[in-house]
Design a protein around this ligand. Structure first.
Ligand code: BTN
Length: 245
């Protein structure tokens, strides 16, 4: 991964640039990375604060020969690859909150946005956006994020090399992607579960069709979340915001 790189000093969103490159037929593993995003996007149409020289704002184009139903697994593979990179470089272990948030002390350090270009039966490209708060200080975050977001520098008390982290994230992504192609999702599911905070706990899943409360049981082979409500009914959650009770 990352053999074809588009490095940008500033862009509106690496995700948008990567979508364009994918449509133009760029190779598998193409990386778009920027020092700053002026219109970074998060899940559920939120903004992603991406100030200059402080974080990692990047999008990777992957072209697995798989059906679109496999795409949610890639968010989880990315979360594991990034969590392991943080452990390797920063010597602290983040938690993963389904599907895509990496947390330290309950605050977000990384978000992952997996988007798809696909026909009904095959993936054309997965655009995997990774936003990581690395060297921001508290005052670099807007006030409304103070309770919810943190950076690796704040949590470790050290300045962290962004280039080393990027290198390790790409290495890990490639390693876990190959493991996935060779052995399927099962070993990655185990790894993911070893970082997951919400499993076995009571949670509320806020979905577009309403809220579901219950116990988080685990993830399925497809990478979707299973919740058991108080009547013992099992719900499969494909997309939601999770709140722990
Ligand atoms: C989330 O909502 O948690 C996902 C955030 C994803 C942010 C990254 S930063 C690089 C890429 N470009 C974007 O505009 N968004 C993603």
């Amino acid at each position: 991964f990352g053999k074809t790189i588009q490095y940008l000093e500033s862009t509106d969103s690496t995700q948008k640039v990567a979508h364009q490159l994918a449509q133009e037929g760029c190779p598998d593993g193409t990386l778009v990375i920027a020092e700053e995003q002026t219109n970074g996007r998060g899940r559920l149409a939120r903004n992603w604060h991406s100030p200059k020289y402080t974080g990692i704002w990047m999008s990777l184009v992957l072209r697995p020969k798989l059906p679109p139903a496999k795409a949610p697994q890639f968010t989880l593979i990315a979360a594991v690859a990034v969590a392991r990179a943080i452990e390797d470089i920063c010597e602290i272990s983040p938690d993963i909150k389904w599907p895509n948030d990496l947390l330290l002390n309950g605050k977000k350090i990384t978000g992952i946005l997996t988007e798809l270009q696909a026909d009904s039966d095959k993936i054309n490209a997965i655009i995997m956006g990774i936003g990581m708060n690395v060297n921001q200080k508290e005052q670099d975050f807007p006030k409304e994020l103070h309770n919810n977001a943190t950076s690796l520098a704040i949590e470790t008390g050290k300045e962290i090399s962004r280039s080393e982290l990027v290198k390790r994230i790409l290495e890990n992504l490639e390693k876990y992607y190959l493991l996935y192609l060779e052995k399927g999702f099962a070993p990655l599911k185990l790894l993911w579960e070893s970082y997951a905070v919400s499993l076995g706990k009571d949670i509320i899943a806020r979905t577009i069709s309403g809220n579901i409360s219950g116990k988080a049981l685990g993830i399925t082979e497809e990478g979707v979340l299973k919740i058991e409500d108080q009547n013992g009914q099992i719900h499969k959650i494909y997309s939601a915001d999770i709140e722990m009770k």
